[in-house]
Design a protein around this ligand. Structure first.
Ligand code: ADP
Ligand code: MG
Length: 213
């Protein structure tokens, strides 16, 4: 499922190459090879790829390339349809962040008590991964601020719409800076996703990988 293209040509910060080597990612998957150059150039992106194509590492590397650990603000937000997916994404980001010192990745999902999450947020989290309902709650109660957000990721956007999260997504996006980078990942592209993409993304690059092989 990988290409012959190496991560070393991308101009990634050296810590990321160290992390990639430590988890034995030797070459890029097709969706990584197609999306990383424009992602690292700061462009908005719509990416369609089957499950297992390596989308998480693609956006994780894009986020981590520009993360500034010394600034204790939330610089990236990843929205996922379910708690399980959010945990998986947070785990993958932590693995790729392991060689960069002091990067905090916090997962904020419904089904967990609110107060401990709010307490964790007091110390700041560079990257927040969560489900839309709970992220919206934190914004409403002002336990989370997205004023310094650089990157917004909508992972499995089609499933988030199917699950009725559209109003939450709108409320969250309204609280992010206009000059953010937005990345939208989806397995399918129904009209509802097209119109959401139109109103969230600016001049996006389109990437599509049919098969993982
Ligand atoms: P998707 O989100 O597209 O369904 P994931 O990001 O969950 O896919 O990745 C699927 C699997 O591929 C994971 O087990 C991940 O560790 C692995 N993987 C991703 N990128 C690479 C790579 N470049 N080399 C080897 N394995 C990879
Ligand atoms: Mg995924």
């Amino acid at each position: 499922m990988t290409t012959s293209l190496s991560f070393s040509e991308l101009g990634l910060r050296p810590e990321l190459l160290t992390s990639l080597a430590s988890i034995n990612y030797q070459s890029m998957t097709p969706i990584q090879a197609q999306s990383l150059p424009s992602l690292l150039a700061g462009k908005d992106l719509i990416a369609q790829g089957k499950t297992g194509s390596g989308k998480t590492a693609a956006f994780a590397l894009g986020i981590l390339q520009n993360i500034e650990p010394r600034s204790f603000t939330t610089q990236a937000l990843v929205l996922c349809p379910t708690r399980e997916l959010a945990e998986q994404v947070a785990t993958e980001i932590r693995r790729l962040a392991s060689a960069i010192e002091n990067v905090k990745v916090l997962s904020l999902c419904g089904g967990s008590p609110f107060k401990p999450q709010a307490a964790s947020l007091e110390y700041g989290a560079h990257i927040v991964v969560g489900t839309p309902g709970r992220i919206e709650d934190h914004l409403r109660r002002e336990t989370l601020s997205l004023d310094d957000l650089n990157v917004l990721v909508l992972d499995e956007a089609d499933r988030m719409l199917e699950m009725g999260f559209e109003a939450s997504l709108d409320a969250i996006i309204e609280q992010t800076p206009d000059d953010r980078q937005s990345l939208l990942f989806s397995a399918t592209f129904p009209d509802s996703i097209q119109s959401m993409a139109q109103h969230i993304l600016r001049d996006p690059e389109h990437v599509k990988v049919e098969s993982v092989h």
